[in-house]
Design a protein around this ligand. Structure first.
Ligand code: HEC
Ligand code: HEC
Length: 163
């Protein structure tokens, strides 16, 4: 293959790759979770948010600066995406684990396997029902927790299909 056609193949590969959605929770599980465990626990225990900026609690360093060097360094796109996800996790309580975790491993996997977004609303794949309806009869969470869980699932759905 000539250098030019090789370059074309690479350019095409990059274009296709960047147009595809990426799964931030899978990125965490693949790149970070092996050492740091569950992203939500890590975010709540190891990070601080001050004026919209994320800091590592132990080092006091900005997350963005830290990740440029951590384990040989992550790309700017990965760092920005992971930072968004971790900020989301910091604001979430343990409602999912309390009410749903006994039967569903984690929220990200539940959304991958069982949930789609239709007309902007999260819908269960098997029932075809909006989660706002489905969860009235399923999971046993009270209204306040249910609202928080649905909010979390909405954010997680965008993180799994991140563009
Ligand atoms: C091979 C194991 C390993 C992997 C993989 C790993 N880390 Fe770490 N990480 C550590 C260890 C050990 C520390 C604590 C020592 C240090 O500061 O380097 C740490 C520290 C951190 C801290 C610092 C907290 C503070 O107080 O400053 C952050 C943030 C962090 N990791 C995020 C990540 C993210 C995000 C990923 C994935 C993109 C990741 N790590 C992947 C082992 C790992
Ligand atoms: C006692 C076990 C149990 C608990 C607790 C539970 N689930 Fe489920 N869930 C299941 C099972 C089993 C299924 C598989 C489908 C079915 O049998 O209806 C399911 C299916 C689902 C689906 C797919 C619905 C569809 O239409 O396809 C969603 C979404 C869901 N659960 C969300 C939740 C949430 C959110 C919570 C917490 C508020 C929760 N579940 C708590 C057992 C549970």
């Amino acid at each position: 293959m000539s250098t030019l056609s090789r370059l074309c193949v690479v350019a095409l590969y990059i274009a296709v790759g960047s147009a595809r959605a990426s799964d931030l929770h899978a990125l965490w599980d693949g790149q970070c979770g092996g050492c740091h465990g569950h992203a939500g626990d890590f975010a709540r225990q190891a990070l601080d948010l001050r004026d919209g900026v994320v800091f590592g609690r132990a080092s006091g360093q900005k997350l963005d600066d830290f990740l440029v060097r951590h384990n040989g360094g992550y790309s700017p796109a990965q760092i920005a995406a992971l930072a968004d996800m971790l900020v989301g996790q910091m604001g979430r309580g343990p409602e999912f684990r309390t009410h749903c975790g006994g039967c569903h491993d984690n929220a990200a996997q539940l959304v991958r396997d069982w949930v789609v977004r239709r007309d902007g609303v999260l819908v269960g794949l098997a029932s075809g029902q909006a989660l706002t309806d489905f969860l009235h009869r399923h999971g046993g969470a009270d209204e306040v927790s249910r609202t928080q869980i649905i909010e979390s699932l909405n954010q997680i759905e965008t993180e799994i299909n991140h563009r």
